[in-house]
Write a protein that binds this ligand. Sequence first.
Ligand code: GH3
Ligand code: MG
Ligand code: MG
Ligand code: MG
Length: 312
Amino acid sequence: VYIPLDIQKLIDRLDVLLEKTQNTPYRVLIVDDSEAMGKASGNILQQADMQVQQIKNPLDVFVSLERFMPDIVLMDVYMPQCSGDEMAKVIRQQTQFDSVPIVFLSTETNRNKQLMARSMGGDDFWVKNMPAEELVASVAMTCARYRSLRRWMSCDSLTALLNHTHIIEWLEREVKRSQKEALSLSFAMVDIDHFKKINDSYGHAVGDKVIKILARLLRQSINGEGAVGRYGGEEFAVVFSETSMIRAAQKIDHWRLRFTELIQLSGDIQFPVTFSAGVALLKNGMDAQQLIDAADEALYQAKHAGRNQVGL
Ligand code: GH3
Ligand code: MG
Ligand code: MG
Ligand code: MG
């Protein structure tokens, strides 16, 4: 027996169930050579508050992946320019699109052909013209699952900060935005002083605790005005959006004093624990790597000048 469901109710329930990670609508890319076929699914998903982009030529898929950044790709299989499974295979060869779910949406009901297509790089195979509720629910569940996976993949497990790859990605995005909109952007590298001594004197577990204390301080202090990532072991990267270098340096200097206090309060370590930092400002024509290098150089100077200070 087919029981019609209220689509919005269903989605609300799924969101609670899957702890939807962000409040932005799911973005769905539909690739189908038949505009009418694509529209049929697209309209249903739009009615469920999803954002839909539709392309007829599979060869346009890379432009959409980059600009539209879909949460899911619904891929037709039979298309004149290039078959959907071939397309999926090519998408999977690009590491940056490795985690986008690709689902085939086709009239093909032959199980073997469906399996063949999935083996090329698709995650699932759905047959076209399924009930609207089922399409909406399936898309929502897949998007929620992958969003939550991606969130965990971008986090460092000890500190829950952005990991190395993702803080660099964040910086690259901010560099582009700042250049385009003529905004100030500052970037800092923060490195705990003589961290080896902490590990050697008190053991790795206490060392981990010190890293966590600094991570929490940095996350709370940046407070949405940028981003913090764990760049490496006891080294952190801080992106200061729309912030001058002097302002960024003042902030870090304040955190520097607070960090030493927090460690003292924790009562674990009997000698003062400090960090050094290097700050750099994005200049015209610089790319993210050059900004990282400049902050690294400033950090090196701070260490060289006696540590426990902020270098410019
Ligand atoms: P400097 O003042 O020059 O920065 O001295 P340092 O001792 O901090 O220098 P270095 O960067 O060479 O040492 C960092 C040490 O941090 C080396 C490594 O064993 C330790 N480490 C890296 N990751 C972790 C971690 O996750 N937990 C702990 N406890 N130690 C770590
Ligand atoms: Mg087709
Ligand atoms: Mg260090
Ligand atoms: Mg270091």
